[in-house]
Design a protein around this ligand. Structure first.
Ligand SMILES: C[S@@+](CC[C@H](N)C(=O)[O-])C[C@H]1O[C@@H](n2cnc3c(N)ncnc32)[C@H](O)[C@@H]1O
Length: 294
């Protein structure tokens, strides 16, 4: 096992949250499936590319990348053993011979330097304790000129899928505002540009991307999907808080207005972020070194 520096994240994604995600986000078509096509279009993967998928989860985007990089290969890295187990099984079932999965922390994993032309991520890069160190580590894995392409949520206010169900629970608890979440750590475009620049990337662009999130066939299925998510587990763990049954009813009531013939679809606002590892020698500029105290 390689170094894990994001130990809380590793515990969550290897514990109930990861198991729940693996169950409710099947290997294909998870809640953020609408983000896949824009991500892969921007990644522009070529047949002989080597692709790294950060926080790959159950590996849908890794497998799609491997299909595009048919003469190259795709590697997914994730903290969660349970999710990687599904990812490997799905790749094997699909008969993909050019895909592999690594269990590890992308912030510290000893990637082969300059191995990949493209690094992608669908919602797997918001949870780093030290984002500059993490993106610098990912940058080292890229060839000079290589591309980093990811999607992440914009602000909480842009994401009804997060705010609406959680507010229903917090309102019942008497909490005035929702607690901050690592989910939105890259919401501020100036901050994200600064992080990526300090990590050694250049040509950073952020494009708003609005796409609904899918939460299952009806409000009860959607409520079950939310019940084991990190933010809802945090509510359920509060002493004297809500029972699971009450939380499920509150979630279902909040989600019912979003029921449609296509299932429960709730608006989401995201960034599509593209950056490049410069072609010049970064270490000569010290660009990978995080600033002290940050
Ligand atoms: C919201 S899920 C997204 C999973 C997948 N990309 C998808 O779209 O279905 C976030 C994933 O990032 C992974 N993750 C979080 N921090 C990580 C880290 N430091 N290194 C590797 N994976 C990480 C988690 O284990 C989890 O699978």
């Amino acid at each position: 096992m390689t170094d894990i520096v994001n130990t809380e994240q590793a515990a969550a994604w290897n514990g109930p949250e990861g198991a729940h995600w693996a169950e409710h986000n099947p290997a294909d078509g998870g809640f953020n499936a609408e983000l896949t096509a824009p991500l892969l279009t921007a990644a522009n993967i070529r047949p002989d590319d080597h692709v790294l998928d950060i926080g790959c989860g159950t590996g849908e985007t890794t497998r799609l990348a491997a299909r595009q990089a048919r003469d190259g290969h795709a590697v997914g890295i994730d903290l969660s053993a349970a999710m990687l187990q599904q990812a490997r099984a799905a790749a094997e079932a699909a008969g993909l011979g050019n895909v592999a999965f690594e269990e590890g922390d992308a912030q510290a994993y000893p990637f082969a330097a300059g191995r990949y032309q493209v690094a992608i991520s669908r919602f797997g890069i918001m949870f780093f304790a030290d984002p500059v160190a993490a993106f610098a580590n990912i940058g080292r894995a890229l060839r000079p000129g290589g591309r980093l392409v990811f999607v992440c949520p914009r602000s909480m206010a842009d994401n009804d899928w997060y705010v609406v169900p959680l507010s229903a629970l917090h309102k019942r608890l008497g909490t005035a505002t929702l607690p901050e979440s690592g989910m939105f750590s890259l919401a501020d475009p100036a901050h994200t540009t600064d992080v990526l620049t300090r990590a050694g990337f250049s040509e950073v662009t952020l494009r708003p991307l609005d796409a609904p999130m899918d939460f299952g066939a009806d409000a009860h299925a959607a409520a079950d999907g939310y019940l084991g998510s990190g933010p809802v587990l945090a509510v359920l763990e509060q002493p004297g808080g809500l029972t699971r049954a009450t939380a499920r009813d509150l979630l279902a009531d909040a989600l019912r207005p979003y029921e449609s013939p296509d299932g429960v679809r709730i608006p989401g606002g995201h960034w599509l972020v593209v950056a490049r590892r410069p072609t010049e020698n970064l270490s000569a500029r010290g660009a990978h070194r995080p600033r002290p105290g940050r």
